[in-house]
Write a protein that binds this ligand. Structure first.
Ligand code: SF4
Length: 486
């Protein structure tokens, strides 16, 4: 018997793998972390966890599924006692959605308990893990983040921060980390600052979060971004900032602006919603179309479509309606109705689209499967012409810095040029935003080829951080630690 097919309405999008959140110095720390994780749910919907510290011992609850399903119950939160807590939401690669991989990871080290929550991906984790296993380290999970815990465990440095610095000196990759010990909460960003991490304040308490929308939900005030390469330590004496790493030129993930971050967040000081509208306006200037209306693929295409419509002086219409009550995945064992998957989430409105020339705006195309179905849906609803406009350059390379993208040979833009893509998805015309257009939209004059201002590797193939486990190459395979240990 074959396994039930997993239909994911979001399978044609890159998936952010994690969000982190922490509170230090609040009597309801865990409850606030649960709320913060709820606001970060878009960054990871497969599992969630919280670890708290009550002054004597650590408490942990980790589960598969959504934050609200596991952390809304009073007894769970009451068990997570203490004035400090950190939490994590995650996606995982296929086959690894198991409880032992759910973060925060926790270990008792020589200095006491340590919990760690990681957003990002280490690109030399396989190599490090092999060496650590040879030294006798016993791994509990298949998560790359556990490498950091073992490196801290075997470090001969004196203090926790020195051990952490020692460990992070050995890892290569992208990371925004939140850690918790008996004395302190710790926040770290890698030297390139690929993934976001912000500091906030809630009364006397200090908050760390992947995005500002998670500060808003608990009424915390945004203080500042944790700087690339910075370690912040929050303890009873206050906040201490360390800069132990060699400085690197910042390469923040530009895809956060295009798709990952919530539109109500400000990332690196820039409001995401406004930037997405600028991206849409830039797209309208670069790729105009003779049409009657602009229709977004909801929800992620909405801000760019608003920007496109305003710039093109075309009506903005909700010609596709999204069903918000569908879960992220839908288990359907029956092959004959599997192809209906995309209709679980979207439906085209005949009353809006019939007989009209439509500019259809989406943020990105990954495999092309969903776009094909949505275009067919729009045509079935009577649209006379469909001109698809994508608010990012073609995604032709995989991400190795914390985003779950398919292998390169599954990426639509790696397989076909734009005219071939247009034929495949069945549109009258197709255009993507240029890489310089994207840089202009986020406030730059353009991309500086010799020294790019952002990580844009999934568009350009220019990987700023070495892909050690891939022998310096980029074959597009996301490596599994589980496979290595098998
Ligand atoms: Fe972001 Fe793409 Fe770079 Fe990954 S490769 S960090 S998704 S810009």
């Amino acid at each position: 018997m074959t396994s039930p097919a997993r239909i994911s309405p979001s399978d044609d999008k890159p998936r952010e793998e994690c969000g982190v959140f922490g509170v230090f110095g609040h009597p309801d720390a865990a409850a606030h972390v649960a709320l913060g994780l709820h606001a970060l749910q878009h960054r990871g919907q497969e599992a969630a966890g919280i670890v708290s510290y009550d002054g004597r011992q650590f408490h942990s609850h980790r589960c598969l599924g959504l934050v609200g399903d596991s952390f809304s119950a009073g007894p769970v939160i009451h068990r997570l006692d203490g004035r400090s807590a950190i939490g994590h939401v995650r996606y995982s690669t296929a086959g690894e959605t198991v409880l032992r991989n759910v973060q925060p990871l926790f270990a008792e080290l020589a200095f006491g308990g340590l919990a760690i929550a990681h957003n990002g991906n280490l690109t030399n984790a396989r190599e490090l893990r092999r060496r650590l296993v040879e030294r006798g380290c016993l791994f509990q999970s298949t998560s790359d983040s556990e490498v950091i815990v073992h490196l801290m465990a075997i470090s001969e440095a004196r203090t926790v921060i020195e051990r952490l610095t020692d460990a992070l000196d050995r890892v290569v990759g992208a990371y925004s980390l939140v850690g918790l010990t008996g004395e302190a909460m710790i926040g770290v960003r890698d030297a390139y600052g690929v993934r976001p991490l912000v500091l906030g304040r809630l009364g006397e308490a200090t908050v760390l979060a992947s995005e500002t929308c998670a500060l808003d939900i608990i009424g915390a005030r945004f203080e500042r971004d944790v700087a690339p390469g910075e370690i912040v330590v929050i303890d009873a004496a206050g906040l201490h900032a360390h800069r132990p790493f060699q400085l690197a030129r910042q390469r923040f993930c530009i895809f956060e602006y295009v798709y990952f971050a919530r539109p109500d967040s400000a990332v690196e000081g820039k409001p995401v919603y406004a930037l997405r509208k600028r991206i849409g306006a830039e797209l309208a200037r670069e790729a105009p179309a003779e049409a009657d209306m602009v229709v977004p693929v909801p929800d992620s295409g909405v801000p760019a479509a608003i920007g496109y419509a305003a710039e093109a002086a075309l009506p903005f219409e909700l010609g596709i309606v999204r069903n918000h009550y569908v879960g992220r995945t839908f288990i359907e064992p029956s092959e004959p109705i599997r192809h209906l998957g995309v209709k679980l989430k979207h439906n085209a409105s005949r009353g809006v689209l019939a007989g009209r020339r439509v500019v259809l705006v989406d943020d990105s195309i990954v495999r092309g499967t969903t776009s094909t179905k949505i275009v067919q849906m729009v045509r079935d609803a009577g649209a006379r012409e469909v001109h698809m406009r994508i608010a990012s350059p073609p995604t032709a390379h995989s991400c190795f810095y914390g985003v779950d993208t398919p292998a390169r040979d599954e990426l639509f833009a790696a397989r076909f040029d734009v005219p071939a893509m247009a034929r495949h998805i069945g549109v009258d015309s197709l255009a993507f935003l240029s890489i310089d257009g994207l840089y202009r939209a986020v406030g730059e004059a353009g991309r500086i080829a010799a020294l790019p201002q952002y990580c844009d590797a999934c568009f350009t193939g220019d990987y700023p951080i070495a892909l050690v486990d891939h022998d310096g190459g980029s074959d597009g395979r996301q490596l599994s630690l589980l496979a290595e240990s098998a």
